[in-house]
Design a protein around this ligand. Sequence first.
Ligand code: SF4
Ligand code: SF4
Length: 727
Amino acid sequence: MFVLSCMRTQGGRGLAVLYGVLLLLCATLVQAAPPSALEQERIAVVFPAATSVSDPQGQYGVRAIHQGEELLGYSFETISVLTTPAYSGKPMNMQVILGLDGTLLDVYVLWHDEPILLIGIPEQKLHDFAAEYQGIHVDKRVVIGRTKDESAVTIDAVSGATVTVMVLNEVVMNAAHTVAVELGLVEPSVQIKSKPATIHMDQFTPADWTTLVGDGSVRRMLLSFRQVDEAFVGTEAEGVDAVAESRLDDTFIDLYTADLTVPTIGRNILGERQYEQIMGELGEGEHAIMVVANGAYSFKGSGYVRGGIFDRIQLRQFGDIISFRDLDHFRLSDTYAAGMPDFHEMGIFIVRSQYEMDPGSPFDFELLVRRQTGPLDSMFVSFDLAYQLPESYINRPPLTKAELAAIAEANRPLWLQVWYQKSFQVGVLLAALVVLVGILFMQDFLARRPGLLHKIRIGYLSFTVLFIGWYALGQISVVNVFAFTHSFMGEFKWDTFLIDPIMFIMWSFVAISILLWGRGVFCGWLCPFGALQELINEAARKLKIKQYELPWAVHERLWALKYIILLGLFALSLDSIATAEKFAEIEPFKTAITLHFMREWGFVLYAVALLVINIFTRKVYCRYICPLGAALAIPTKLRLFDWLKRRKECGTPCQLCAVECEVQAIHPDGRIDPNECHHCLDCQVTYYNDDRCPPLVAKKKRRERTKAAPDAGKPQIIPAVELDAST
Ligand code: SF4
Ligand code: SF4
């Protein structure tokens, strides 16, 4: 963008050129950078005899490791291949050393920003985990924890760092496989094989050529010269073997293929005798593939005469290449299907048992078109024809439950694997949220039973601190708000949010609860730091420690502070999320909850100071500083209901609830400010208490007087001074 905008002005053109040169220089320096001391150290551990390590090559920056002239293996950094965010929201970077056969010889964590590992889990645990990959082939499936897939390799998770190691696993195995495919060490493999199907060999239906082509038993590939030319455009072979414009729409090849092993296909096309002959040539698990064609291009070519291998056709199933040698080829001269056209080139190719072809799964027939670009050099383009036998020809062995489960498990996306791994935490959290919804819906019932409500509240807050906060690490932060906002402004990906199930559930619940109740449900019940403050203050009150409140005018002005902090952080996040994250340390959450106070002393001092102030004034941090609270207060304006009951006497003249509200969320005029309310329900307890709520006290007294007075039933006049005295 910078270069483009400079180019629009004469004066800027020179600057743009300079900038471009600098960029190029930087890119070259980065590309040619030698391996770091740590990378070299790992390479020396794996290959002590290595004499040279190349500069990073290719799109993945792979270094070749040599001993003299001999190639020993390869090394690359996973960040050059995949940037999947881990628990911290940032990618980790591992150095992977690959053997020439595609075996992982070393995996080493070069860099990560995972806070979780600081919680009493030594860094070494992550290195020990990475070391478990030594000797695993890139084609293997590696599962963290247990699996029903018996072919998979399992590695134990690092307890407390499940998401981290699951992302590490995904990144290492996917990146290593990608690089190994790129280097030609392994074939691409994208599908999990299920049990091979078998063909119904006892079923035969007479059919003509049109029927066989129509029902998919025989598949066709029709290519014109134009299509072939277009496939070479932009390559060295563009224009090579070009035909005249007038011939561009002529047929290059009109090819048909079919699995003749199926009786309905084979017998109809080959006739009874020829079919029996071919079947006599097939061993267990082998298949006879028909290829017939007209057109200018020969699918057999002449390469097989010299090299013994057909170099213009091959099949591909599950990423495995199936090629044909001259011994796998049978001539086909006579065909018997009614209506079958004449073909000038025909052949039968045997898929040998070593390929373990599954007739029930699709395969690609690949036609390779080669063009000579030099005396020894050539280029080829592959044209694929998808082939899948009709279901009626196949018998699929039923899969056992374990096999079905293994296949389903192998195909689960990473985020779902994490959800399975964390199913206990997910289950408990969901159950706890259901309980909370129950409490909120029964708030009037509970408010009339203050003792029960108090016990429930203390129990729930303890659960929030211990389970949601310290165990499940579900403390949401203002940084999540920025990440969410930015992902909407850029490319939104659900996977990024689903990777941490606890945070995903918490955020989903917070979003719903804000719409229904406002921010108070989160701040009053689910925020681990908020709950920790409340429990500490509760203990302080029990110990009769004197409490202080700021005058309303000062308190009201200080509310604005948290919104200013939020705006400042948001402005910083527009420039860089990383910078905003640093300044977001104004939240003591990471120190007090995520890292269990195990951090540098400055952070610990700050968090402890906030908690100490809270002993004397409840939730000072929440009221005046918390940018997350401010961020949640903004959408609170959209809430659909007002659940907290008020009386006309609230505020004028009664101030009891306002005095009792421990976050001072009730205005002197009696209004509850939903942006500040923490939905603790204290005011609702007072609202229903006929020994405390002055209008109720007055009513009660009136009732009692009525009962006691001889002229019961007549209206009573209560002096206004009595009401004022009780407030
Ligand atoms: S104001 Fe902040 S710290 Fe307090 S409860 Fe709400 S989110 Fe938690
Ligand atoms: S006392 Fe009432 S107004 Fe104050 S925080 Fe609790 S529920 Fe909200």
